[in-house]
Write a protein that binds this ligand. Structure first.
Ligand code: NAD
Ligand code: ZN
Ligand code: ZN
Length: 438
């Protein structure tokens, strides 16, 4: 799939973009550790050139914290188009400012910042509304433009479908248009609370706000990874009366019950998920949010269709949600989808008046000030419930495998580099993956 998609992309040429994904190398010739993709299930920690200022508005960060997102699993599993050998991954990271381009006046060297996972121009129609993930000017992918009619912003470390920008699972990273996509951090906010402003906090918040959770609602959350857990927490903060979490990983179900008091459904035990939901909530859910994945079919029909490449994406969760909500209920898709799915229950969608909302990639800039100041600094949202592990960057390759297989009770990880601060109070100490009980 990668070779075919890259060939099509090459043939179509590139769309205009204000930012270039290629970076100049630091003139000293020094190298850094970075996690790079070489093929499906072939990730390697490599020595890569340290980036230098390439465009005048670039910022180069020393990375002080990075992590792995559920979306990175899609890259590892070869489910996202136009990956190329040597691509550096990672779109959730923070750091200190190491170098700034001549046009950058907002940041001082050494300043502590967190990066949005998207690169945005700062002036287009979408950026003016802080809808940074939808920026018109930072993604050169003609393939995405062809498939979707338009294209998203460029994202760090997330294939050439989203611009081909090297990511932040590395010791240094170049942030194009740095003054737009970096948030300065106040001293009172520890790294382990700040890092996740990059992605999972705004993403899960967006899922809840955009799908429209109202006080008194009964909400179903499909998938209890970091995004699902945080979405559940936000739903409760927005006044949801009940939240029901659906997954098959016993650890994750138990974690959601213990940490957030969710009711849960193990879809291995209750294979007919809507039936179980109607037993628990006869009126149906008010809101359903998909925080799962698009490529793990449960039924033989979709296993066969996916294997034969008759569909790229599996609609089982979408169908369960459409059936499980009440008439005029709302369904949000924050889980990443990429292409085409067969057999969507369009009849139920239409006849019940279900509002099916593609939440899109989350516009981080719209929410991060609010999350930082109204929720994190006030203690209303404390990330310590979801950050379960801390490892050195040296362990990132075996970690990917464990996270992808959902082993060792892992939810969200904090990955340290040589530039990191020591662990903060209330957060995990550094451990080595080889010592974990699998
Ligand atoms: N839209 C965005 O901006 C954005 C940003 C970040 C992540 N995401 C997406 O959010 C999703 C979740 O991310 P995560 O980090 O929590 O990932 P994760 O892989 O750790 O968690 C996904 C969970 O979904 C469960 N699951 C899989 N199939 C299911 C099904 N049919 N029914 C119920 N549960 C099912 C898995 O067992 C797993 O526990 C991913 O698809 C990721 O790509 C989207
Ligand atoms: Zn992500
Ligand atoms: Zn823009």
């Amino acid at each position: 799939m990668q070779a075919a998609a890259n060939t099509v992309q090459d043939h179509m040429g590139q769309m205009p973009s204000e930012v270039t994904p290629e970076y100049k190398h630091d003139p000293s010739g020094k190298t850094m550790k970075a996690l790079a993709w070489f093929g499906t299930n072939d990730l390697r920690l490599v020595d890569a050139p340290v980036p230098d200022i390439t465009q005048d508005d670039d910022v180069i960060l020393k990375v002080t914290g990075t992590t792995v997102c559920g979306s990175d699993n899609h890259l590892k599993n070869g489910e996202i188009m136009t990956m190329q050998k040597g691509d550096i991954l990672g779109h959730e990271f923070m750091g200190t400012v190491w170098k700034v381009g001549p046009k950058v006046t907002k940041f001082k060297i050494g300043q502590r910042v967190v990066a949005a996972f998207q690169i945005s121009c700062g002036h287009c129609e979408y950026c003016q509304k802080k809808l940074s993930s939808f920026c018109d000017n930072t993604n050169n992918s003609s393939l995405q433009n062809y498939m979707y009619g338009q294209r998203d912003a460029g994202f760090f470390g997330y294939s050439h479908f989203t611009g081909g920008f090297p990511g932040g699972q590395a010791e240094y990273v170049r942030v194009p248009r740095g003054e737009v996509g970096l948030l300065p951090l106040p001293e009172d906010v520890p790294d382990e609370q700040a890092l996740y402003l990059s992605d999972i906090l705004p993403t899960s918040y967006h899922a809840v706000v955009d799908t429209g959770v109202e006080p008194g609602d009964v909400v179903g959350i499909w998938g209890l990874g970091p995004i699902g857990l945080c979405a559940a927490r936000w739903a409760l903060l927005k006044g949801a009366k009940r939240v029901i979490g659906i997954d098959q990983v016993p650890d994750r179900l138990a974690f959601a019950e213990a940490k957030l008091g969710l009711e849960t459904i193990n879809f291995k035990e209750h294979t007919d998920v809507p039936k179980r939901i109607y037993e628990l909530v006869p009126r149906g859910l008010d809101v359903a949010i998909d925080c799962g994945t698009f490529h793990e079919p449960k039924t033989t029909m979709h296993k066969v269709q996916k294997t034969l490449m008759l569909e790229t994406d599996v609609p089982e969760t979408i169908n369960e949600m459409i059936v499980s909500v009440r008439k005029l209920g709302r369904c949000g898709l924050i889980a990443a989808y990429s292409g085409f799915a067969n057999g969507v229950n369009i009849g139920a969608l239409m006849e019940k008046g279900v509002r099916l909302i593609g939440n899109g990639q989350a516009p981080v800039l719209k929410y991060w000030d609010e999350i930082l100041n109204d929720y994190i600094r006030t203690g209303k949202f404390d990330t310590s419930f979801v950050v379960t592990h801390r490892i050195p960057l040296d362990d990132i390759v075996p970690f990917y495998d464990i996270f992808n297989k959902r082993l060792a009770h892992v939810e969200k990880v904090f990955i340290e580099t040589q530039f990191s601060n020591p662990p903060s109070k209330g957060f995990p100490a550094t451990t080595r993956v080889k010592d974990w009980d699998l």
